[in-house]
Design a protein around this ligand. Structure first.
Ligand code: C2E
Ligand code: MG
Ligand code: MG
Length: 497
Protein backbone atom coordinates (compact mmCIF):
# COMPACT_ATOMS: atom_id res chain seq x y z
CA UNK A 1 0.00 0.00 0.00
CA UNK A 2 2.71 2.48 0.97
CA UNK A 3 4.74 1.63 -2.07
CA UNK A 4 1.78 2.16 -4.39
CA UNK A 5 0.95 5.47 -2.68
CA UNK A 6 4.46 6.83 -3.04
CA UNK A 7 4.93 5.65 -6.63
CA UNK A 8 1.48 6.20 -8.11
CA UNK A 9 -0.22 8.45 -5.62
CA UNK A 10 -3.06 6.05 -4.94
CA UNK A 11 -4.03 2.62 -3.66
CA UNK A 12 -7.21 0.60 -3.85
CA UNK A 13 -8.06 -2.70 -2.32
CA UNK A 14 -9.71 -4.87 0.29
CA UNK A 15 -8.46 -5.01 3.82
CA UNK A 16 -9.51 -6.29 7.20
CA UNK A 17 -10.12 -3.49 9.65
CA UNK A 18 -9.71 -4.26 13.35
CA UNK A 19 -12.05 -2.19 15.48
CA UNK A 20 -11.16 -0.98 18.93
CA UNK A 21 -13.52 -3.61 20.43
CA UNK A 22 -11.58 -6.37 18.64
CA UNK A 23 -14.17 -6.91 15.92
CA UNK A 24 -12.70 -7.35 12.45
CA UNK A 25 -14.62 -6.27 9.38
CA UNK A 26 -13.79 -6.48 5.69
CA UNK A 27 -13.52 -3.08 4.01
CA UNK A 28 -13.04 -1.74 0.54
CA UNK A 29 -10.66 1.22 0.68
CA UNK A 30 -9.44 3.73 -1.83
CA UNK A 31 -6.65 6.16 -0.82
CA UNK A 32 -5.23 9.09 -2.80
CA UNK A 33 -2.49 11.53 -1.86
CA UNK A 34 -2.70 15.33 -1.97
CA UNK A 35 0.57 17.17 -2.67
CA UNK A 36 1.56 20.81 -2.26
CA UNK A 37 3.13 22.96 -4.99
CA UNK A 38 6.57 21.47 -4.24
CA UNK A 39 5.22 17.96 -4.67
CA UNK A 40 5.42 16.99 -1.00
CA UNK A 41 2.52 14.96 0.41
CA UNK A 42 0.29 17.03 2.66
CA UNK A 43 -2.82 14.88 2.97
CA UNK A 44 -4.20 11.41 2.37
CA UNK A 45 -7.81 11.13 1.35
CA UNK A 46 -9.37 7.77 2.11
CA UNK A 47 -12.75 6.47 1.16
CA UNK A 48 -13.99 3.24 2.74
CA UNK A 49 -16.94 1.02 2.24
CA UNK A 50 -17.95 -1.68 4.74
CA UNK A 51 -18.10 -5.05 2.98
CA UNK A 52 -19.48 -7.09 5.91
CA UNK A 53 -22.92 -7.57 4.48
CA UNK A 54 -21.69 -8.23 1.01
CA UNK A 55 -19.32 -10.90 2.32
CA UNK A 56 -22.04 -12.47 4.43
CA UNK A 57 -24.30 -12.62 1.39
CA UNK A 58 -21.49 -14.18 -0.60
CA UNK A 59 -21.07 -16.82 2.11
CA UNK A 60 -24.81 -17.50 2.10
CA UNK A 61 -24.82 -17.96 -1.64
CA UNK A 62 -21.81 -20.25 -1.42
CA UNK A 63 -23.54 -22.28 1.28
CA UNK A 64 -26.73 -22.49 -0.75
CA UNK A 65 -24.80 -23.60 -3.79
CA UNK A 66 -23.16 -26.39 -1.81
CA UNK A 67 -25.88 -27.54 0.54
CA UNK A 68 -29.29 -29.01 0.30
CA UNK A 69 -31.72 -26.33 1.49
CA UNK A 70 -34.04 -28.79 3.21
CA UNK A 71 -31.65 -30.85 5.32
CA UNK A 72 -28.57 -28.64 5.34
CA UNK A 73 -26.48 -31.61 4.17
CA UNK A 74 -23.82 -31.21 1.46
CA UNK A 75 -25.34 -31.51 -2.02
CA UNK A 76 -23.90 -33.20 -5.07
CA UNK A 77 -21.55 -30.29 -5.80
CA UNK A 78 -19.94 -30.30 -2.37
CA UNK A 79 -19.99 -34.10 -2.28
CA UNK A 80 -17.81 -34.09 -5.38
CA UNK A 81 -15.33 -31.69 -3.80
CA UNK A 82 -15.14 -33.60 -0.52
CA UNK A 83 -14.96 -36.89 -2.38
CA UNK A 84 -11.93 -35.76 -4.37
CA UNK A 85 -10.18 -34.94 -1.13
CA UNK A 86 -11.24 -38.21 0.49
CA UNK A 87 -10.14 -40.27 -2.52
CA UNK A 88 -6.76 -38.52 -2.58
CA UNK A 89 -6.32 -39.22 1.16
CA UNK A 90 -7.38 -42.83 0.73
CA UNK A 91 -5.00 -43.57 -2.11
CA UNK A 92 -2.14 -41.84 -0.31
CA UNK A 93 -2.66 -43.89 2.85
CA UNK A 94 -3.53 -47.09 0.97
CA UNK A 95 -6.89 -47.25 2.75
CA UNK A 96 -10.19 -48.42 1.34
CA UNK A 97 -13.19 -46.15 1.19
CA UNK A 98 -16.86 -47.06 0.93
CA UNK A 99 -19.67 -45.29 -0.85
CA UNK A 100 -23.15 -46.15 0.38
CA UNK A 101 -26.07 -45.20 -1.82
CA UNK A 102 -29.14 -44.99 0.39
CA UNK A 103 -32.65 -44.84 -1.02
CA UNK A 104 -35.75 -44.80 1.17
CA UNK A 105 -38.32 -47.48 0.45
CA UNK A 106 -41.79 -46.31 -0.58
CA UNK A 107 -41.07 -42.68 0.19
CA UNK A 108 -43.25 -41.66 -2.72
CA UNK A 109 -46.29 -43.19 -1.00
CA UNK A 110 -45.77 -41.00 2.05
CA UNK A 111 -45.26 -37.91 -0.05
CA UNK A 112 -48.31 -38.58 -2.20
CA UNK A 113 -50.70 -39.57 0.54
CA UNK A 114 -49.71 -37.21 3.38
CA UNK A 115 -48.33 -34.25 1.48
CA UNK A 116 -44.94 -32.77 0.80
CA UNK A 117 -44.56 -31.07 4.15
CA UNK A 118 -44.78 -34.44 5.89
CA UNK A 119 -42.32 -35.94 3.41
CA UNK A 120 -39.95 -33.02 4.01
CA UNK A 121 -40.08 -33.43 7.78
CA UNK A 122 -39.29 -37.08 7.33
CA UNK A 123 -36.25 -36.34 5.13
CA UNK A 124 -34.92 -33.93 7.75
CA UNK A 125 -35.22 -36.63 10.40
CA UNK A 126 -33.52 -39.19 8.16
CA UNK A 127 -30.66 -36.75 7.55
CA UNK A 128 -30.19 -36.32 11.30
CA UNK A 129 -30.20 -40.05 11.94
CA UNK A 130 -27.57 -40.58 9.25
CA UNK A 131 -25.36 -37.85 10.67
CA UNK A 132 -25.50 -39.38 14.13
CA UNK A 133 -24.17 -42.69 12.80
CA UNK A 134 -20.97 -41.52 11.18
CA UNK A 135 -17.69 -40.00 12.28
CA UNK A 136 -16.58 -36.46 11.56
CA UNK A 137 -14.30 -37.53 8.74
CA UNK A 138 -17.14 -39.30 6.90
CA UNK A 139 -19.44 -37.55 4.44
CA UNK A 140 -23.24 -37.54 4.46
CA UNK A 141 -24.86 -35.90 1.44
CA UNK A 142 -28.31 -35.64 -0.08
CA UNK A 143 -28.50 -36.01 -3.81
CA UNK A 144 -32.14 -35.00 -4.02
CA UNK A 145 -35.48 -36.69 -3.48
CA UNK A 146 -35.07 -39.55 -1.04
CA UNK A 147 -31.52 -40.37 -2.12
CA UNK A 148 -28.66 -40.00 0.30
CA UNK A 149 -24.99 -40.84 -0.01
CA UNK A 150 -22.68 -41.82 2.79
CA UNK A 151 -18.93 -41.94 2.27
CA UNK A 152 -16.94 -43.83 4.87
CA UNK A 153 -13.24 -43.10 5.15
CA UNK A 154 -10.26 -44.48 7.03
CA UNK A 155 -11.39 -48.09 6.72
CA UNK A 156 -7.92 -49.58 6.16
CA UNK A 157 -8.29 -52.95 4.49
CA UNK A 158 -11.65 -53.58 6.16
CA UNK A 159 -13.82 -51.71 3.66
CA UNK A 160 -16.39 -54.44 3.06
CA UNK A 161 -16.69 -55.53 6.67
CA UNK A 162 -16.80 -52.04 8.16
CA UNK A 163 -19.25 -50.67 5.58
CA UNK A 164 -21.58 -53.65 6.05
CA UNK A 165 -21.55 -52.99 9.79
CA UNK A 166 -22.41 -49.30 9.30
CA UNK A 167 -25.02 -50.14 6.67
CA UNK A 168 -26.68 -52.48 9.18
CA UNK A 169 -26.78 -49.65 11.68
CA UNK A 170 -28.31 -47.34 9.08
CA UNK A 171 -30.97 -49.93 8.24
CA UNK A 172 -31.73 -50.35 11.93
CA UNK A 173 -31.91 -46.58 12.54
CA UNK A 174 -34.23 -46.01 9.59
CA UNK A 175 -36.55 -48.82 10.65
CA UNK A 176 -37.52 -46.81 13.74
CA UNK A 177 -40.75 -44.92 13.07
CA UNK A 178 -40.55 -41.19 12.40
CA UNK A 179 -43.04 -39.03 14.25
CA UNK A 180 -44.39 -36.19 12.10
CA UNK A 181 -47.33 -34.32 13.59
CA UNK A 182 -49.86 -37.04 14.40
CA UNK A 183 -48.31 -39.62 12.13
CA UNK A 184 -45.88 -42.34 13.17
CA UNK A 185 -44.33 -43.00 9.80
CA UNK A 186 -42.68 -46.29 9.01
CA UNK A 187 -40.01 -46.55 6.42
CA UNK A 188 -36.91 -48.54 5.60
CA UNK A 189 -34.04 -48.13 3.23
CA UNK A 190 -32.24 -50.00 0.49
CA UNK A 191 -28.49 -49.56 0.44
CA UNK A 192 -25.98 -50.18 -2.33
CA UNK A 193 -22.28 -50.26 -1.52
CA UNK A 194 -19.24 -49.73 -3.72
CA UNK A 195 -15.70 -49.91 -2.42
CA UNK A 196 -12.67 -47.89 -3.49
CA UNK A 197 -10.42 -48.98 -5.11
CA UNK A 198 -11.79 -52.42 -6.07
CA UNK A 199 -15.11 -51.18 -7.51
CA UNK A 200 -13.86 -47.91 -8.96
CA UNK A 201 -11.28 -45.21 -8.39
CA UNK A 202 -13.29 -42.05 -8.99
CA UNK A 203 -16.56 -40.62 -7.77
CA UNK A 204 -18.53 -41.34 -10.94
CA UNK A 205 -17.55 -45.00 -11.09
CA UNK A 206 -18.27 -45.49 -7.40
CA UNK A 207 -21.65 -43.75 -7.68
CA UNK A 208 -22.61 -45.89 -10.63
CA UNK A 209 -21.59 -49.06 -8.80
CA UNK A 210 -23.33 -48.12 -5.56
CA UNK A 211 -26.46 -47.07 -7.45
CA UNK A 212 -26.61 -50.36 -9.37
CA UNK A 213 -26.10 -52.29 -6.14
CA UNK A 214 -28.91 -50.30 -4.52
CA UNK A 215 -31.31 -51.51 -7.23
CA UNK A 216 -30.32 -55.07 -6.39
CA UNK A 217 -31.15 -54.40 -2.76
CA UNK A 218 -34.58 -53.06 -3.81
CA UNK A 219 -35.17 -56.04 -6.07
CA UNK A 220 -34.22 -58.41 -3.26
CA UNK A 221 -37.13 -57.12 -1.20
CA UNK A 222 -35.96 -53.76 0.19
CA UNK A 223 -34.78 -53.00 3.74
CA UNK A 224 -31.40 -54.50 2.96
CA UNK A 225 -27.92 -53.91 1.66
CA UNK A 226 -26.15 -55.11 -1.42
CA UNK A 227 -22.51 -54.85 -2.54
CA UNK A 228 -21.50 -54.07 -6.09
CA UNK A 229 -19.11 -57.03 -6.02
CA UNK A 230 -20.58 -60.51 -5.67
CA UNK A 231 -17.69 -61.89 -3.63
CA UNK A 232 -18.42 -59.20 -1.06
CA UNK A 233 -22.08 -60.16 -1.00
CA UNK A 234 -21.14 -63.73 -0.35
CA UNK A 235 -18.73 -62.82 2.45
CA UNK A 236 -21.43 -60.61 3.92
CA UNK A 237 -23.97 -63.44 3.83
CA UNK A 238 -21.59 -65.73 5.66
CA UNK A 239 -20.87 -63.07 8.17
CA UNK A 240 -24.57 -62.45 8.76
CA UNK A 241 -25.08 -66.16 9.30
CA UNK A 242 -22.26 -66.19 11.85
CA UNK A 243 -23.67 -63.09 13.51
CA UNK A 244 -27.09 -64.66 13.85
CA UNK A 245 -25.54 -67.84 15.19
CA UNK A 246 -23.44 -65.92 17.66
CA UNK A 247 -26.52 -64.21 19.10
CA UNK A 248 -27.81 -67.52 20.39
CA UNK A 249 -24.49 -69.29 20.95
CA UNK A 250 -24.36 -68.65 24.71
CA UNK A 251 -27.93 -69.79 25.30
CA UNK A 252 -27.42 -72.90 23.21
CA UNK A 253 -24.21 -73.67 25.11
CA UNK A 254 -22.11 -73.72 21.97
CA UNK A 255 -19.28 -71.72 23.56
CA UNK A 256 -16.59 -73.35 25.65
CA UNK A 257 -13.10 -72.61 26.86
CA UNK A 258 -9.81 -74.35 26.36
CA UNK A 259 -6.78 -73.62 28.48
CA UNK A 260 -3.18 -73.27 27.41
CA UNK A 261 -0.41 -73.43 30.04
CA UNK A 262 2.08 -70.60 30.49
CA UNK A 263 5.20 -72.14 31.88
CA UNK A 264 8.28 -70.89 33.76
CA UNK A 265 11.08 -70.79 31.21
CA UNK A 266 13.60 -72.00 33.79
CA UNK A 267 11.77 -74.55 35.92
CA UNK A 268 9.12 -75.64 33.40
CA UNK A 269 6.21 -75.43 35.84
CA UNK A 270 2.81 -74.08 34.86
CA UNK A 271 2.08 -70.80 36.59
CA UNK A 272 -0.89 -69.55 34.61
CA UNK A 273 -3.30 -70.99 32.07
CA UNK A 274 -4.71 -68.79 29.31
CA UNK A 275 -8.42 -69.24 28.65
CA UNK A 276 -9.10 -69.39 24.91
CA UNK A 277 -12.63 -69.17 23.62
CA UNK A 278 -14.07 -71.80 21.28
CA UNK A 279 -17.35 -71.92 19.38
CA UNK A 280 -18.83 -75.13 18.09
CA UNK A 281 -21.29 -74.00 15.43
CA UNK A 282 -24.10 -76.52 14.81
CA UNK A 283 -23.42 -76.80 11.07
CA UNK A 284 -20.02 -75.16 10.49
CA UNK A 285 -18.20 -77.01 13.25
CA UNK A 286 -15.45 -75.27 15.16
CA UNK A 287 -15.18 -71.60 14.24
CA UNK A 288 -11.92 -69.83 15.11
CA UNK A 289 -12.03 -66.89 17.52
CA UNK A 290 -10.01 -64.99 14.94
CA UNK A 291 -13.19 -65.08 12.81
CA UNK A 292 -15.93 -64.57 15.34
CA UNK A 293 -14.37 -62.19 17.89
CA UNK A 294 -14.33 -59.30 15.37
CA UNK A 295 -18.02 -59.96 14.62
CA UNK A 296 -18.79 -60.03 18.32
CA UNK A 297 -17.00 -56.69 18.65
CA UNK A 298 -18.82 -55.07 15.71
CA UNK A 299 -22.22 -56.13 16.94
CA UNK A 300 -21.73 -55.38 20.62
CA UNK A 301 -22.18 -59.09 21.41
CA UNK A 302 -18.68 -59.08 22.91
CA UNK A 303 -20.08 -57.56 26.11
CA UNK A 304 -22.15 -60.61 26.99
CA UNK A 305 -19.66 -63.07 25.52
CA UNK A 306 -16.78 -61.46 27.40
CA UNK A 307 -18.78 -61.62 30.59
CA UNK A 308 -19.50 -65.30 29.98
CA UNK A 309 -15.78 -66.02 29.39
CA UNK A 310 -14.77 -64.23 32.58
CA UNK A 311 -17.27 -66.16 34.71
CA UNK A 312 -16.56 -69.50 33.10
CA UNK A 313 -12.78 -69.07 33.48
CA UNK A 314 -13.11 -68.07 37.14
CA UNK A 315 -15.55 -70.89 37.84
CA UNK A 316 -13.08 -73.37 36.37
CA UNK A 317 -10.16 -71.83 38.24
CA UNK A 318 -12.06 -71.99 41.56
CA UNK A 319 -12.73 -75.66 40.85
CA UNK A 320 -9.04 -76.34 40.16
CA UNK A 321 -7.95 -74.45 43.24
CA UNK A 322 -10.30 -76.60 45.33
CA UNK A 323 -8.78 -79.69 43.78
CA UNK A 324 -5.35 -78.76 45.02
CA UNK A 325 -3.93 -76.53 42.29
CA UNK A 326 -3.91 -73.73 44.85
CA UNK A 327 -1.30 -71.54 43.16
CA UNK A 328 -2.75 -71.66 39.66
CA UNK A 329 -3.79 -68.44 37.92
CA UNK A 330 -5.94 -67.90 34.86
CA UNK A 331 -5.38 -65.36 32.05
CA UNK A 332 -8.43 -64.02 30.23
CA UNK A 333 -8.36 -62.06 26.96
CA UNK A 334 -10.22 -58.77 27.06
CA UNK A 335 -11.30 -56.84 24.00
CA UNK A 336 -11.23 -53.09 23.49
CA UNK A 337 -14.98 -52.71 23.90
CA UNK A 338 -15.06 -54.40 27.26
CA UNK A 339 -12.38 -52.05 28.48
CA UNK A 340 -14.32 -49.06 27.22
CA UNK A 341 -17.19 -49.91 29.56
CA UNK A 342 -16.78 -47.77 32.68
CA UNK A 343 -18.27 -50.53 34.80
CA UNK A 344 -15.84 -53.19 33.62
CA UNK A 345 -13.74 -53.11 36.81
CA UNK A 346 -16.91 -53.46 38.88
CA UNK A 347 -17.97 -56.46 36.81
CA UNK A 348 -14.56 -58.06 37.35
CA UNK A 349 -14.76 -57.44 41.11
CA UNK A 350 -18.23 -59.03 41.19
CA UNK A 351 -17.08 -62.05 39.25
CA UNK A 352 -14.07 -62.57 41.55
CA UNK A 353 -16.29 -62.33 44.62
CA UNK A 354 -18.92 -64.63 43.19
CA UNK A 355 -16.40 -67.39 42.50
CA UNK A 356 -14.33 -66.81 45.63
CA UNK A 357 -11.12 -66.21 43.70
CA UNK A 358 -8.57 -63.58 44.81
CA UNK A 359 -7.77 -60.84 42.31
CA UNK A 360 -4.15 -61.94 42.25
CA UNK A 361 -5.20 -65.23 40.62
CA UNK A 362 -6.58 -63.44 37.57
CA UNK A 363 -4.61 -61.94 34.74
CA UNK A 364 -6.21 -59.90 31.98
CA UNK A 365 -4.64 -59.78 28.52
CA UNK A 366 -5.20 -56.64 26.50
CA UNK A 367 -3.81 -56.36 22.98
CA UNK A 368 -1.28 -53.67 22.30
CA UNK A 369 -3.51 -51.82 19.85
CA UNK A 370 -6.35 -51.81 22.39
CA UNK A 371 -4.18 -50.48 25.16
CA UNK A 372 -2.78 -47.69 23.00
CA UNK A 373 -6.07 -46.64 21.38
CA UNK A 374 -7.28 -44.36 24.13
CA UNK A 375 -4.30 -44.35 26.49
CA UNK A 376 -5.54 -41.88 29.08
CA UNK A 377 -8.76 -43.73 29.61
CA UNK A 378 -7.01 -47.08 29.53
CA UNK A 379 -4.66 -45.96 32.30
CA UNK A 380 -7.63 -45.06 34.50
CA UNK A 381 -9.42 -48.34 33.78
CA UNK A 382 -6.36 -50.48 34.35
CA UNK A 383 -5.57 -48.72 37.61
CA UNK A 384 -9.00 -49.67 38.95
CA UNK A 385 -8.36 -53.28 37.98
CA UNK A 386 -4.93 -53.17 39.51
CA UNK A 387 -6.47 -52.16 42.83
CA UNK A 388 -8.31 -55.47 42.80
CA UNK A 389 -4.93 -57.19 42.67
CA UNK A 390 -5.59 -58.34 39.11
CA UNK A 391 -2.53 -58.79 36.88
CA UNK A 392 -2.40 -57.06 33.50
CA UNK A 393 -0.46 -57.96 30.42
CA UNK A 394 -0.11 -56.58 26.92
CA UNK A 395 -0.92 -59.26 24.35
CA UNK A 396 0.66 -59.51 20.90
CA UNK A 397 3.36 -57.06 21.90
CA UNK A 398 5.34 -55.78 18.94
CA UNK A 399 2.49 -55.92 16.41
CA UNK A 400 1.04 -52.50 17.22
CA UNK A 401 2.55 -49.14 17.94
CA UNK A 402 3.36 -48.54 21.55
CA UNK A 403 4.10 -45.18 22.95
CA UNK A 404 6.81 -45.83 25.47
CA UNK A 405 5.67 -42.82 27.47
CA UNK A 406 2.26 -44.46 27.95
CA UNK A 407 3.61 -47.93 28.38
CA UNK A 408 5.50 -46.60 31.39
CA UNK A 409 2.28 -45.23 32.88
CA UNK A 410 0.21 -48.37 32.43
CA UNK A 411 0.07 -50.49 35.61
CA UNK A 412 1.25 -53.69 33.90
CA UNK A 413 2.77 -56.97 35.04
CA UNK A 414 3.91 -58.45 31.79
CA UNK A 415 4.32 -58.21 28.04
CA UNK A 416 3.47 -61.07 25.73
CA UNK A 417 5.94 -61.24 22.92
CA UNK A 418 3.99 -61.91 19.73
CA UNK A 419 4.21 -65.32 18.09
CA UNK A 420 5.40 -63.83 14.80
CA UNK A 421 8.73 -62.81 16.36
CA UNK A 422 9.23 -66.07 18.21
CA UNK A 423 8.60 -68.11 15.07
CA UNK A 424 11.82 -67.15 13.28
CA UNK A 425 13.88 -66.24 16.29
CA UNK A 426 16.79 -68.54 15.36
CA UNK A 427 16.87 -67.66 11.66
CA UNK A 428 15.86 -64.03 11.37
CA UNK A 429 18.30 -61.57 12.89
CA UNK A 430 15.65 -58.83 13.04
CA UNK A 431 13.18 -60.98 14.93
CA UNK A 432 15.91 -62.07 17.31
CA UNK A 433 16.84 -58.44 17.89
CA UNK A 434 13.19 -57.51 18.53
CA UNK A 435 12.82 -60.31 21.07
CA UNK A 436 16.04 -59.35 22.83
CA UNK A 437 15.10 -55.66 22.89
CA UNK A 438 11.56 -56.37 24.15
CA UNK A 439 12.88 -58.51 26.97
CA UNK A 440 15.40 -55.85 27.97
CA UNK A 441 12.77 -53.13 27.75
CA UNK A 442 10.25 -55.12 29.78
CA UNK A 443 12.73 -55.96 32.49
CA UNK A 444 13.84 -52.37 32.79
CA UNK A 445 10.18 -51.41 33.30
CA UNK A 446 9.87 -54.13 35.93
CA UNK A 447 7.70 -56.35 33.72
CA UNK A 448 7.87 -60.06 33.05
CA UNK A 449 7.93 -61.40 29.48
CA UNK A 450 5.78 -64.24 28.21
CA UNK A 451 6.81 -65.63 24.82
CA UNK A 452 3.84 -66.89 22.74
CA UNK A 453 3.92 -69.66 20.17
CA UNK A 454 7.02 -71.54 21.28
CA UNK A 455 7.05 -74.64 19.08
CA UNK A 456 10.62 -75.93 19.14
CA UNK A 457 13.28 -76.79 21.65
CA UNK A 458 15.68 -74.42 19.86
CA UNK A 459 13.26 -71.51 20.31
CA UNK A 460 12.96 -72.32 23.99
CA UNK A 461 16.73 -72.43 24.44
CA UNK A 462 17.15 -69.16 22.63
CA UNK A 463 14.46 -67.44 24.73
CA UNK A 464 15.97 -68.81 27.92
CA UNK A 465 19.30 -67.35 26.87
CA UNK A 466 17.63 -63.95 26.53
CA UNK A 467 16.19 -64.21 30.03
CA UNK A 468 12.55 -64.66 28.99
CA UNK A 469 10.39 -65.40 32.05
CA UNK A 470 7.45 -67.48 30.80
CA UNK A 471 6.81 -69.51 27.68
CA UNK A 472 3.62 -70.71 26.03
CA UNK A 473 3.21 -72.82 22.92
CA UNK A 474 2.68 -76.14 21.21
CA UNK A 475 6.09 -77.37 22.42
CA UNK A 476 4.53 -77.72 25.88
CA UNK A 477 0.82 -77.97 25.26
CA UNK A 478 -1.88 -76.95 22.83
CA UNK A 479 -4.97 -75.29 24.21
CA UNK A 480 -6.56 -78.14 26.22
CA UNK A 481 -9.96 -79.08 27.57
CA UNK A 482 -10.18 -78.58 31.36
CA UNK A 483 -9.62 -82.25 32.28
CA UNK A 484 -6.62 -82.61 29.99
CA UNK A 485 -5.19 -79.33 31.25
CA UNK A 486 -5.54 -80.46 34.85
CA UNK A 487 -3.83 -83.75 34.02
CA UNK A 488 -0.98 -81.88 32.35
CA UNK A 489 -0.37 -79.67 35.37
CA UNK A 490 -0.64 -82.51 37.87
CA UNK A 491 1.92 -84.51 35.91
CA UNK A 492 4.36 -81.60 36.25
CA UNK A 493 3.81 -81.50 39.99
CA UNK A 494 4.30 -85.22 40.52
CA UNK A 495 7.76 -85.92 41.98
CA UNK A 496 10.02 -87.45 39.36
CA UNK A 497 11.34 -90.82 40.50
P1 C2E B 1 -3.99 -64.68 21.65
O1 C2E B 1 -4.57 -64.20 22.94
O2 C2E B 1 -2.67 -64.09 21.24
O3 C2E B 1 -3.88 -66.25 21.83
C1 C2E B 1 -2.84 -67.03 21.37
C2 C2E B 1 -3.22 -67.78 20.12
O4 C2E B 1 -2.06 -68.51 19.65
C3 C2E B 1 -4.28 -68.85 20.35
O5 C2E B 1 -5.03 -68.94 19.15
C4 C2E B 1 -3.45 -70.11 20.53
O6 C2E B 1 -4.15 -71.28 20.25
C5 C2E B 1 -2.33 -69.88 19.53
N1 C2E B 1 -1.11 -70.60 19.86
C6 C2E B 1 -0.63 -70.90 21.08
N2 C2E B 1 0.53 -71.56 21.01
C7 C2E B 1 0.82 -71.67 19.69
C8 C2E B 1 1.92 -72.24 18.97
O7 C2E B 1 2.89 -72.78 19.52
N3 C2E B 1 1.88 -72.16 17.61
C9 C2E B 1 0.84 -71.57 16.96
N4 C2E B 1 0.88 -71.55 15.63
N5 C2E B 1 -0.20 -71.01 17.62
C10 C2E B 1 -0.21 -71.07 18.96
P2 C2E B 1 -6.62 -68.94 19.18
O8 C2E B 1 -7.09 -69.78 20.30
O9 C2E B 1 -7.07 -69.23 17.80
O10 C2E B 1 -6.99 -67.44 19.55
C11 C2E B 1 -6.72 -66.41 18.67
C12 C2E B 1 -7.02 -65.07 19.28
O11 C2E B 1 -8.40 -64.92 19.56
C13 C2E B 1 -6.34 -64.84 20.63
O12 C2E B 1 -5.01 -64.49 20.44
C14 C2E B 1 -7.19 -63.74 21.19
O13 C2E B 1 -6.77 -62.49 20.68
C15 C2E B 1 -8.57 -64.05 20.64
N6 C2E B 1 -9.36 -64.67 21.71
C16 C2E B 1 -9.42 -65.96 22.08
N7 C2E B 1 -10.25 -66.12 23.13
C17 C2E B 1 -10.74 -64.89 23.43
C18 C2E B 1 -11.64 -64.37 24.43
O14 C2E B 1 -12.15 -65.08 25.29
N8 C2E B 1 -11.91 -63.04 24.40
C19 C2E B 1 -11.32 -62.20 23.50
N9 C2E B 1 -11.62 -60.91 23.53
N10 C2E B 1 -10.46 -62.65 22.56
C20 C2E B 1 -10.17 -63.97 22.53
MG1 MG C 1 -4.01 -63.79 24.69
MG1 MG D 1 -1.20 -63.18 21.60
Amino acid sequence: MWQSLSERGQWRGELLDRHRDGRVSPKWMSISVVRDAQGAITHHIAQTMDLSELKAAEQRILHLAHHDHLTGLPNRVLLRGRMEQALADASRSGSELAMLFIDLDRFKDINDSLGHHVGDAMLVEVAQRLQRLVRGSDIVARLGGDEFVLVLTGLGGEGARASAAIAQKVLEALRQPVQVERHALHTSASIGIAIFPSDGVDMDALMKGADAAMYHAKAAGRDGLHFYTDAMNQANQERLALEQGLRVAIDRQELFLQYQPQIEAGGLRTVTVEALLRWRHPSLGLVSPVRFIPIAEDTGLIASIGQWVLHEALRQLADWRHRGLTELRVAVNVSAQQLRDDLFAVAVADALAQHGVPGSALELEVTESTAMRDPRRTVAQLQQLRQLGVGLSIDDFGTGYSSLAYLKQLPLNSLKLDRSFVMDIEHDANDAAICAATITLAHSLGLAVVAEGVETRAQLDYLRGLGCDLVQGYLFARPLDPEACQGYIEAQLAPTP
